[in-house]
Design a protein around this ligand. Sequence first.
Ligand code: AMP
Length: 224
Amino acid sequence: MNPLRQRIVLLGPPASGKGTQADRLSSTFGIPHVSTGALLRTECARGTLLGREADAWTCKGLLVPDELAVRIVAAWMKENGPRFLFDGFPRTVTQAEHLDKALRDLEAPLDLVILLELPDEEIRRRILERISCLACGATFSASLHGHAAGDPCPRCGAALVRRNDDTAEAIEERLRVYRESTLPVVGYYQKTAPSIFHRIDAGEGSDAIFAKLSELLEDNKDEG
Ligand code: AMP
């Protein structure tokens, strides 16, 4: 499968499954999965200046400054070109405006914006259960999959961890930040790109969500 148009933004609160779905879509459709959170964690693990700067915000559940998020995405696009499945970007209206401008300059408009919706209670439950692999980006539910921090990742073998922002305190901050800064991005796309905007209930099973997303990507191919 090789959709003609391959610029997709996945929006949604923390733990709505953006990363998991983006990974699956990326393998199936061959579109690069770009998680700004993962890019920032890599910088942080490498101990770069950008990583240290970002960690001061991320560990508290706060967004890094727009300038930093835009910079890391611009660097990624310069290296990889305008084919992407963004997970966690844009997270503010300013970032969305920057993305629009960059894509206008490249004459490469967005093809799809998809919002994964999930109630706060379910977000809290999922985050407190979440065990992550920072090496390959896989995530697991402690109770569902029986993995704990320190176990080897079943996918790549690196040690699983609890992310330092997957804490009860940071969740509340991340939910507040989502409502304040990222929900306006939903309004932005509803207004500026209603024909490519879609909502999906992220409380359904992972396979059902994947099927719906795949349908949107395939529809997109037919239109292209
Ligand atoms: P995520 O892995 O998407 O949950 O992101 C983890 C953290 O990285 C967020 O809580 C923010 O601190 C930071 N982050 C990721 N993407 C962005 C972005 N587009 N703008 C600002 N901060 C971001």
